[in-house]
Design a protein around this ligand. Structure first.
Ligand SMILES: [Zn+2]
Length: 324
């Protein structure tokens, strides 16, 4: 048995579990609100607390925990374990040596990785990516992240930054993005971007189920609301997903040209739209990509849900422990 703790540091919730990295099994899942507005020290203490709870819970079962992996919503330096900054989390988080701070407090080796790179590792090993030699994974949620596997190797690039698909430019003079660039995919196809399109449609007075789903309270419109209205047959909501899917398709087409993967995996909350999002993505790819044998590329949904990030973070901790 190889027991590691995997943690997903989300904008809303911190989730943690013990994972058996040989089987992908998850034990003792825990969750608490991130409450990032309380500042980085408070968040770090909550992470430490989760690790202590899990270590105690595991004590009864006997197998020792070897290390801790943390999936971070940003680009931590995977070599030094330092977070440079976290664009989607309130608070400063500037140059925070999170790995060293947590190692000091819990006495276990800790490894950081980008949250979607963790999902990619989890899906590749135990989920929708099993058996694929070359794949890419995109997670569409509050942001859009990604991960890459090439020729059987988990490809991380400089400091672990390979796979930042959310910041592919899809509109040359487009909307300014939190990363400092403009026209990034994230501004057109992430959860908040999809919600913003819904708000706009309602404010323009278009007849749509979107406003009924939220009882005419525009503040409650999120991507889940748009997906629900689309599933109920609302043409305006379906049009929004069609448009987001087109932008995703442009980005995926560009990715295909670089990586030429045999499988493309879509995860994250927005991917619950399923075919309503996949169809326009694949349609756009078919219209625009002519130099890749598309009939050999599989477009699939992630299989592990939230567990993908947890087991992936645990797998990352194992890799780092094995390499040390
Ligand atoms: Zn960007």
């Amino acid at each position: 048995m190889n027991h590691f703790i995997g943690i997903d540091m989300g904008g809303t919730n911190l989730r943690a579990a013990i994972a058996d990295t040989d089987t992908g099994q998850i034990f003792h899942q825990r969750k608490c609100p991130t409450l990032a507005a309380e500042g980085q020290e408070a968040v770090i203490q909550r992470i430490v607390q989760l690790i202590r709870e899990l270590t105690q819970a595991n004590g009864a079962s006997g197998a020792a925990i070897t290390g801790v992996g943390i999936g971070v919503p940003g680009t931590p330096d995977i070599e030094t374990g330092v977070i440079q900054f976290l664009p989607n989390l309130p608070g400063k988080w500037l140059n925070v040596p999170l790995q060293a701070i947590i190692e000091d407090q819990v006495g276990l080796p800790v490894a950081l990785i980008n949250d979607v790179r963790a999902i990619t590792l989890g899906e590749w090993t135990f989920g929708a990516g099993r058996g694929a030699d070359t794949l890419v994974c995109l997670a569409i949620g509050t942001g859009i992240g990604g991960g890459v596997v090439v020729n059987g190797q988990f490809h991380l690039g400089l400091g672990g930054t390979a796979g930042e698909f959310g910041h592919h430019v899809v509109e040359p003079d487009g909307l300014p993005c939190g990363c400092g660039g403009k026209g990034c995919l994230e501004m057109y196809a992430s959860g908040p971007a999809i919600a913003a399109m819904g708000v706009k449609e309602v404010m323009h007075g278009h007849t749509t189920r979107i406003s009924e789903v939220v009882d005419h309270d525009l503040n409650r419109i999120d991507a889940g609301v748009i997906v629900r209205a689309a599933q109920e047959g609302d043409p305006v909501a379906q049009g929004i997903l069609q448009r987001a899917g087109m932008y995703l398709g442009i980005a995926v087409g560009n990715i295909l040209g670089v990586i030429s993967p045999q499988r493309v995996i879509f995860g994250g909350g927005v991917s619950s739209a399923g075919d309503l999002l996949l169809r326009p993505i694949v349609q756009t790819v078919n219209e625009r990509v002519h130099v890749i044998p598309l009939q050999k590329v599989e477009f699939v949904l992630a299989e592990l849900g939230i567990n993908g990030g947890l087991v992936g973070a645990a797998l990352w901790a194992k890799r780092r422990c094995d390499g040390r």
